[in-house]
Design a protein around this ligand. Structure first.
Ligand SMILES: Cc1ncc(COP(=O)(O)O)c(C=O)c1O
Length: 381
């Protein structure tokens, strides 16, 4: 890292930059490919794109863009409050749910608190803790790469005091692992009241009926629980950056003081209100996702490729047995115009994560994969 003359704390200097999915134009430039033929399955976006309802709402909101957005997000919080059955002051808005996750760290773990997340937990949890100089405990995952809630509960008290904040993702990214309602409830019952739990439900709209649970009932029951959700995935609004947290006003009120003013722009607010009502779009997103999951996992099974069963809109699959396999197969896929997500930064260098796309996008990935695995020398596990 380049030395600077500034008095920058070590915890800031040691932050590794967030690496997002490679943009299509960058891959086109790097590999001399036609952008129109590139398939991006790297950022767990909705392959259906932006719902028409949201496009219409944004067109109508354009006229007012000379003004600041509503800092309180009145319309969106009202829409969320009536959909979720909580008062409006139980909802806090964020520029994507990443903003909620980071604001939670700032609010509840700032000033030297301790943060806990699971091994293979979403990268933003660790980043959020690092940004505020919090101490971080990463709890080893289960053999199936999921959260070990017993070990996470045990880590809350490390002998020097209780952790300030625990992040749990359900489903988790990049693994796709899922915790049942009874596992989460049993965990919440055992967490001390002074430790805030953030239950990250970025992919909750993709759950099937058998997996669904009522997280809002838990928010009513547990004053230390904040549930975070997003419009980036099933609602198709990733580029707008809008998400929200649901918690009792003692939590959301503090987060509202800490978050940046005007953090959700006017187009995002208008689009989110419209998308929230667009149940047909949401149902179609879930249907396409289920079909795509079957398409990908059947092909993995036929080819003997190991994968982690996923409850999200992505699948983690094993690129090969050696520690370079993920990088090699990723490069070979990029050369063939398919962008997936390497996960070596999660400590999973043998694996790659593919987002579930349309049938045609999934087919393009599946067509490129055998050749990419063969020519890169990676063997199916
Ligand atoms: C588990 C999880 N939580 C939160 C997010 C944040 O998404 P956004 O900031 O777009 O809401 C993501 C994005 O990939 C995610 O995978």
């Amino acid at each position: 890292m380049t030395a600077t003359p500034f008095c920058i704390p070590d915890y800031i200097r040691s932050i590794a930059p967030y690496i997002g999915g490679k943009p299509i134009d960058e891959v086109a430039r790097e590999f001399g490919l036609d952008p129109a033929r590139i398939v991006k399955l790297a950022s767990n976006e909705n392959p259906l794109g932006v719902p028409d309802s949201a496009k219409r709402a944004m067109a109508a909101a354009m006229a007012d863009l000379g003004r600041y957005p509503d800092d309180a997000g009145f319309d969106l919080r009202k829409a969320l409050s009536s959909k979720l059955g909580v008062d409006e002051d139980w909802v806090v808005l964020g520029a994507g749910s990443s903003d909620i996750l980071i604001t939670a760290a700032l609010t509840f773990a700032g000033g030297g608190g301790r943060v806990i997340h699971s091994q293979y937990g979403f990268v933003v949890y660790g980043l959020a803790a690092q940004k505020i100089g919090a101490r971080l405990t990463v709890v080893p995952a289960t053999a199936g790469l999921g959260h070990d809630l017993d070990a996470m509960r045990a880590a809350i008290d490390d002998g020097h005091g209780k952790a300030a904040l625990v992040y749990i993702a359900n489903p988790s990214n990049p693994t796709g692992t899922f915790l049942t309602a009874s596992e989460i409830e049993a965990f919440l019952e055992r967490v001390p009241g002074e430790t805030v739990v953030v239950l990250d439900e970025a992919y909750t709209e993709y759950l099937d009926d058998a997996q669904r649970y009522d997280a809002i009932a838990w928010v009513r029951r547990f004053p230390n629980l904040l549930v975070s959700r997003t419009f980036s995935k099933a609602y198709g609004l990733a580029g707008l950056r809008v998400g929200y947290g649901i918690g009792q006003p003692a939590l959301t009120g503090l987060m509202n003081r800490v978050r940046a003013a005007f953090n959700v722009n006017a187009l995002a607010q208008a689009a989110a209100v419209a998308a929230l009502d667009d149940t047909a779009f949401l149902a179609e997103s879930a249907r396409v996702n289920r079909a795509g999951y079957d398409q990908l996992t059947k092909a993995f099974e036929a080819a003997g490729i190991e994968y982690v069963p996923s409850a999200g809109n992505f699948v983690l699959f094993k690129a090969g047995d050696d520690a370079e396999a993920g990088a090699r197969v990723n490069l070979a896929l990029l050369r063939r115009g398919v962008i997936v997500r390497p996960v070596a930064n999660y400590g999973l260098p043998r694996w790659l994560r593919v987002s579930i796309g349309t049938e045609a996008e999934n087919a393009a990935f599946l067509a490129a994969l055998p050749d990419a695995m063969r020519t890169s020398g990676a063997r199916a596990a």
